[in-house]
Design a protein around this ligand. Sequence first.
Ligand SMILES: C[S@@+](CC[C@H](N)C(=O)[O-])C[C@H]1O[C@@H](n2cnc3c(N)ncnc32)[C@H](O)[C@@H]1O
Length: 367
Amino acid sequence: MTGTATYAETAETNSQADQGESQSAPDSELRARYIDLLRETLTMSLWNAADGNQMEAMFPAHGAALREDGRDWPKLAHTMTGVKRMKNLQFCVEDVIARGVPGDFIETGVWRGGSCIFMRGILAAYGERDRKVWVADSFEGLPPPDAEKYPVDAAGIAFHLYPQLAIPMEEVQANFRSYGLLDDQVVMLKGFFKDTLPHAEIDKLAVLRLDGDMYESTMDALTNLYSKLSDGGYLIVDDYAIPACSEAINDFREAYGITDPMEVIDWTGVYWQKGSAKKRALEPDSGDSETALTDRYTKLFMDHERIAQENRLHALTISRLQAQNLATANELAAVRSSRSLRYVAKVRGSLASANRIKSRLIRKNQP
Ligand SMILES: C[S@@+](CC[C@H](N)C(=O)[O-])C[C@H]1O[C@@H](n2cnc3c(N)ncnc32)[C@H](O)[C@@H]1O
């Protein structure tokens, strides 16, 4: 279960499903094409990420590679979630629809709304009228860290200072509208999670996607929503690479004894299926067999190696950039100081010639 199916894989799965539903093959092919097109549009991959990155100084690599991994803050794309994580979202949403897992979908932390638009689009593609997409955000950016309650937030990146992360609700709604996907199946939950989520009229969830970056935001979403996630539904974490987020996830899993195996999506995304540990234990010759455990260990080990390698390359790029910045700063300082030395010399020169003129005049005027 990779959670990152391609068009061809999706089309094949759909056509298998359609045989049972007596739906015509072209319909499922069109549906798969629509979903792929929607994903490619929302991520700007269709334009090879030509809109560029708002954080060029931090991530100078080529846009398309960054978009695939979702390491950037794109200038125009409607989601900063990368292609791999969008494919995982697609997998989770299509899987719960196929298995009839009851419940709505929610993302906590939506930015321009792209991942939620994607979920709404997939519901439309499958003609699902009974599920809602909950769109939870302050629409004003992240809260300032509460250093007393969550010291790990205060020690991390000050995300609340970035105006790029504060997208007004009207803009998000306009984005939904531009895809023809703003309707009564979309519910906006405006405000900080700690204020909105405890009172949200959500009955059941089938997909719970967390993208709030901080310990507080991750924990508020988990404590208020995880109990509403149906068995067989998916919990997706966008920010596991952020220490504050992974700490919240690990604390929550430990506190509630959650042992459902976490699957790796990419360098920062992880997800798990609620109740999958129990299901595995009940299956004859399930994940407990030695071969299955060895396979799982090998896969995790390879995932770990790949991500570690990616992050090493990334760290190299950052340190190269830092070195370049330092060299430029030194050059600038040298230019400034040589300019001021020249200035001082010039002033001294002018002073000396003024003094010479003065003494000549004095000599001339002496009786
Ligand atoms: C990284 S962005 C989300 C990216 C988005 N999922 C996408 O597809 O592009 C983080 C978002 O979380 C929101 N956020 C983070 N913590 C929050 C909190 N405690 N309450 C409300 N919104 C929060 C921010 O306003 C921001 O829009």
